[in-house]
Design a protein around this ligand. Structure first.
Ligand code: SF4
Length: 360
């Protein structure tokens, strides 16, 4: 099913109000001769009541509402396309104020509703299997543009009295390439006065920007951390993911060990299975030896065919043989359940199909 909403005009000169931390909103109110306690009321309207217009803040004086709407934008995303899969997955194509578009996905799991958010318009990392990197990086998203994706999905779920239970930062873009905005986004959605999504229900995933892994470890958050690995040795990883030429597998694994030592937390490794490329028993054995002794979990992802790329899907029996080999060698492993296979499910596919001019 595709739907197109009645959309509002987006103003590129105003900052998104969703970019502000509670303390920043308090400071802004003080600077504008208003009482700082109003910040909590405003957050309540934004995140608990999830208003769609500043005028709806009925316990905020009109003078203050006017000041807020002079300085800030409430709606920073317009829904251009909404596709619903037979399994309940919903894929959104949102338009931004400058005409660019991004994807956000709502996934239904037996443990709750999970939203996959985008952090950049396009991506410069260049993974060879990814539609999101076609056309390169256009720009970083503001923190508020990332927060607004979760709010928009929550507003959809409000219609059925459901909630967003978890968030994964695995959509278009490399989150660690937009580090400060990503971190600000994490703090906002985690804040009890905002969306109050627990840190252990949030996962951030990187392609392996090594210096940022050290920085993220030092933040000492409780947020789940995943690394897109996709290969058991440096030569194959460089072929699949050019970032491995800048940050070699050895250096990545050193950063992984630092992260685990510093935080005591387990890491997830994402391993996409590409038919005939990285899915043999030998690859599984090599992967097990790379990860030996590391507190981790491996997510095997049978990769969908991406029309713009040459990779093909690994046959079912080979997927199970790969999993079994890892298990037998003592590695925690699961195969990711495929969702939304009847819509443009893989990251960047909907944008690549609908916005060809952005991905050239
Ligand atoms: S997989 Fe992620 S990091 Fe790699 S090109 Fe795609 S969006 Fe960028």
């Amino acid at each position: 099913m595709n739907t197109t909403e009645t959309n509002t005009t987006l103003d590129m000169n105003k900052k998104s109000i969703y970019s502000l931390q509670l303390d920043e909103l308090k400071s802004w109110l003080t600077e504008n001769d208003e009482k700082p306690f109003r910040a909590e009321q405003i957050f309540d309207w934004l995140y608990k009541k999830r208003i769609t217009a500043f005028e709806d803040m009925s316990n905020v004086a009109k003078g203050l509402r006017d000041k807020i709407s002079e300085h800030f934008q409430l709606t920073t995303l317009n829904t251009a396309i909404q596709q619903t899969s037979a399994d309940g997955t919903i894929k959104f194509l949102f338009e931004l104020h400058d005409g660019y578009s991004i994807e956000t996905v709502l996934m239904r799991h037996d443990y709750g509703n999970s939203v996959c958010v985008t952090t950049q318009v396009g991506c410069r990392i260049g993974c060879t299997f990814c539609a999101s990197t076609l056309g390169g990086l256009k720009r970083h998203l503001e923190a508020g543009e990332i927060v607004a994706q979760v709010v928009k999905v929550q507003q959809t779920l409000d219609e059925t009295n459901e909630r967003v239970d978890s968030v994964v930062i695995m959509g278009i873009g490399e989150p660690f390439d937009n580090y400060d905005n990503m971190l600000s986004f994490l703090k906002i959605i985690n804040h009890e006065k905002a969306l109050n999504i627990g840190a252990r229900h949030i996962t951030v995933s990187t392609s392996g920007i090594v210096p940022k892994i050290y920085q993220f470890a030092d933040e000492q958050t409780q947020i789940n951390f995943a690394i897109s690995l996709h290969a058991p040795n440096t030569e194959l990883r460089s072929r699949l993911m050019p970032i491995n030429k800048a940050y070699k597998l050895d250096d990545l694994m050193k950063a992984v060990r630092y992260y685990i030592d510093k935080t005591g937390r387990r890491i997830s490794f994402e391993y996409g299975l590409f038919g005939g490329v990285n899915d043999s028993i030998e690859h599984a054995e090599e992967l097990a030896s790379l990860l030996k002794g590391i507190k981790c979990h491996v997510n095997l992802i049978p990769v969908n065919y991406v029309p713009e790329r040459d990779y093909v899907r690994t046959p079912r029996e080979k997927i199970f043989a790969f999993e079994k080999t890892l298990k037998n060698l003592g590695i925690n492993v699961t195969i990711r359940r495929e969702q939304g296979s009847d819509i443009d499910a893989a990251c960047g596919q909907l944008r690549a199909k609908e916005r060809k001019e952005e991905t050239r």
